[in-house]
Design a protein around this ligand. Structure first.
Ligand SMILES: [Fe+2]
Length: 185
């Protein structure tokens, strides 16, 4: 599984990240680097590295919220859900949860932080609609006390910032040991 994942990530260097000017791989590496810079633990770094795995390591006919037009099938779901399911058998539950939550974290922040929506890119605003829009009060109340919410919100903010063209980040090979630690078992 580690080889399969690393191969999919290497190939993601040739895929644009939604409507952004960076590749899927650059986006993943920048997101993980931001987490590392901030002193996040290994689990959260791994979640950041893999948060969009549903966009590039999964048959896109299973994904309903791709920014490019796809031939999504009737059972298609959001990339966050499909990606979380792909990695869930291999990683700590908190990692898969943070990956699954990264669309809801955006919906949560749009509802709870007045300035947040204005900072989102056009592509991210577009997928917000596909992902259910701004979160309603009842859902916010259900999430508010979750012990992993802070981690999911941190991932989301690094996700939003990991779109800088030409920004230096360590290469995929630097992250291979962390991926192998969980996916080579
Ligand atoms: Fe992302």
């Amino acid at each position: 599984m580690a080889d399969r994942l690393l191969d999919a990530m290497a190939r993601a260097a040739a895929r644009g990240y939604g409507g952004e000017a960076v590749s899927e791989l650059e986006h993943a590496l920048q997101c993980a680097e931001l987490a590392w810079d901030a002193g996040a633990d290994d689990e959260l770094q791994l979640a950041c590295l893999l948060h969009d795995v549903g966009r590039y390591a999964v048959d896109q006919s299973l994904v309903s919220d791709a920014t490019e037009p796809t031939r999504a099938g009737p059972d298609a779901r959001g990339h966050h859900e499909v990606g979380a399911e792909l990695i869930a058998p291999w990683v700590p539950e908190r990692v898969a949860w943070c990956v699954r939550m990264h669309a809801d974290a955006k919906r949560y922040l749009c509802a709870t932080e007045p300035d947040y929506f204005g900072r989102l890119s056009a592509g991210s605003r577009h997928t917000l609609r596909l992902q259910g829009g701004v979160m309603a009060a009842a859902e916010i109340a259900r999430l508010a006390g979750h012990p992993w919410l802070a981690a999911a919100l941190a991932l989301r903010r690094w996700d939003d910032d990991a779109k800088a063209v030409g920004k230096a980040a360590r290469p995929l090979s630097a992250w291979a040991p962390l991926i192998r630690c969980w996916f080579d078992r």
